[in-house]
Design a protein around this ligand. Structure first.
Ligand SMILES: [Zn+2]
Ligand SMILES: [Zn+2]
Length: 156
């Protein structure tokens, strides 16, 4: 699964509508499929893509981000009109995450610091070399080779 590629982040001059439309087509989803997987109304997706909805409530943002496999911070940044560079990076629970799968959207909520499932502190950098984690396509840190997944009994 090719998630969290840099092409998935919003472009500097992209509107919310253009961004959602671009991601939706890159995932090969119809408006209805995106609406269904995000659990929002088809009409709402249409309005967002036509630029008639420019603000999303946080529930829709989280659901849409999860359906489009991007961090919710991307949608927050584009709604705020702030540059993507200020978007915080990937965060995940090293215990509950299954390698090769997208991170749970609940981990990506900007305010969350601990896993909602097990209470383990969420990681946004390699536990060994502290390099930021930018992609969970990899199972290992590209800088030092430490595995991202941690067993429940390993020390943090
Ligand atoms: Zn966890
Ligand atoms: Zn590392």
């Amino acid at each position: 699964m090719n998630i969290l590629q840099s092409s998935n982040s919003p472009h500097a001059d992209e509107s919310l509508g253009d961004y959602v439309k671009r991601l939706r087509s890159s995932l090969g989803l119809t408006q209805r499929e995106l609406a269904d997987s995000a659990g929002i109304h088809l009409q709402s997706v249409g309005k967002i893509e036509r630029g008639r909805t420019v603000k999303l409530n946080s529930r829709s943002k989280i659901a849409l981000a999860a359906a489009m496999l991007v961090p919710v911070e991307y949608l927050e940044a584009i709604c705020r009109g702030t540059p993507v560079e200020t978007v915080s990076q990937l965060k995940f629970c090293a215990r509950c995450w299954t390698p090769g799968t997208p991170p749970n959207s609940m981990w990506m909520v900007a305010r969350s610091q601990f896993c909602f499932l097990c209470g383990f502190r969420l990681r946004d950098c390699c536990r060994h070399c502290q390099e930021p984690i930018t992609s969970l396509k990899h199972r290992f840190c590209p800088f030092c080779g430490t595995t991202y997944q941690e067993k429940a009994d390993s020390r943090s």
